[in-house]
Design a protein around this ligand. Structure first.
Ligand code: AMZ
Length: 325
């Protein structure tokens, strides 16, 4: 067990020996430093800590980062719709499409069955054209599920946003409009508190819009900060370079977004395995409350039920129930 300054900062690793998971528990050693600090611990199959926290503290193995043990975040599976099918794009590029299912309703039901507490939908045709394209499928999904569903992509007017909220969607996500008509977002957020989400998609730190085909000169954290106090429910923050790559989230980007605003942040882009999810827990104190997972779920690199156990509300059961200072 590493202690004090002997901590090594390295990518979180997962290993399995003798039926036990050796998990990297994430803490930050240097404030503001962009890295994952690994703190080895042994969890059993159901993510129960084998050495109670009290014992760790008594043995002076306690570190501030261990508070992250108790942090949790929402894991939100994503279904991106193109031409009525479930797809994933690589870095948002409409020419690099992987088709995963031609039955989005069945896919949505499968995520729900595996324990998802919320579903994220993107109408990719809508994001590109500004027109609703996949409404029939969206309605069918909303009708089939009992968990809340959110949708982004092509929502460019108050009428459209409100029609979607009326059809049973829990939240709508506004991306292009958030940059081009921020006042519209504010009006909608005050009329529908808790149901309007701003999607901020960034390429090299600058906001991109219209299916990520248009670049702007606006810094993503500046846009995030501008919705302070607006009643917007959350910011979904995507680093385009990581999206659909499975290469790991851009923690520096996400930290910057979370620090720029007091609104809850939902991380999106790059999640490739369970250790990527664990790495995000270090950002939970800054307000990162959820994470969107797409390709890794389809690929089977992440099992949704396992992910929920690892970072969801029921994560980590401390057999000793030590209160966290
Ligand atoms: O992958 C893409 N090219 C893409 C994508 N996933 N383009 C847009 N979007 C998503 C954004 C956001 O949720 O992440 O569409 C929504 C924004 O759409 P709009 O139409 O409001 O800009």
């Amino acid at each position: 067990m590493p202690t004090g300054s002997a901590w090594t900062a390295q990518a979180a690793a997962l290993a399995m020996t003798a039926g036990y998971r050796h998990f990297a528990l994430i803490g930050e050693r240097d404030r503001g430093a962009e890295r994952k600090a690994e703190l080895a611990a042994v969890l059993d199959r159901s993510f129960r800590l084998l050495v109670p926290l009290r014992q760790l503290r008594d043995r002076r193995l306690w570190q501030p980062g261990w508070q992250s043990l108790r942090r949790a975040m929402q894991v939100i599976p994503a279904i991106d719709l193109l031409d009525g099918q479930c797809v994933r794009l690589h870095q948002g590029d409409y020419d690099q499409v992987t088709r995963f299912s031609s039955d989005p309703v069945a896919q949505a039901l499968a995520w729900q069955e595996q324990g998802a507490e919320r579903l994220h939908l993107v109408d990719l045709d809508g994001a590109r054209s500004g027109q609703p394209v996949n409404d029939a499928v969206v309605r069918a999904i909303v009708a089939a599920l009992h968990i809340p569903v959110q949708l982004g992509g092509g929502v460019r007017s108050a009428e459209r946003a409100e029609a979607l909220l009326d059809c049973g969607l829990d939240r709508v996500i506004l991306g292009t409009v958030a940059l081009e008509q921020p006042q519209l977002v504010r009006e909608l957020a005050s009329r529908h508190p808790g149901r309007i989400v701003v999607g901020i998609d960034a390429r090299d730190g600058l906001v991109a819009t219209r299916g990520w085909l248009e670049a702007s000169t606006v810094e993503a954290p500046t846009l995030a900060a501008s919705f302070e106090g607006s009643g917007v429910a959350a910011l979904i923050c995507t680093d385009i370079a990581t999206d659909g790559t499975l290469a790991g989230p851009n923690l520096a980007f996400l930290r910057g977004m979370a620090q720029a605003s007091s609104l809850p942040v939902i991380a999106s882009g790059g999640i490739g395995d369970l250790s990527d999810l664990l790495s995000l827990l270090a950002l939970a104190p800054l307000g990162v409350e959820g994470v969107i997972v797409g390709r890794a779920l389809y690929d089977g690199r992440i099992d949704l039920a396992e992910a929920l156990q690892a970072i969801g509300p029921g994560r980590l059961q401390d057999p000793d129930g030590l209160p966290i200072a």
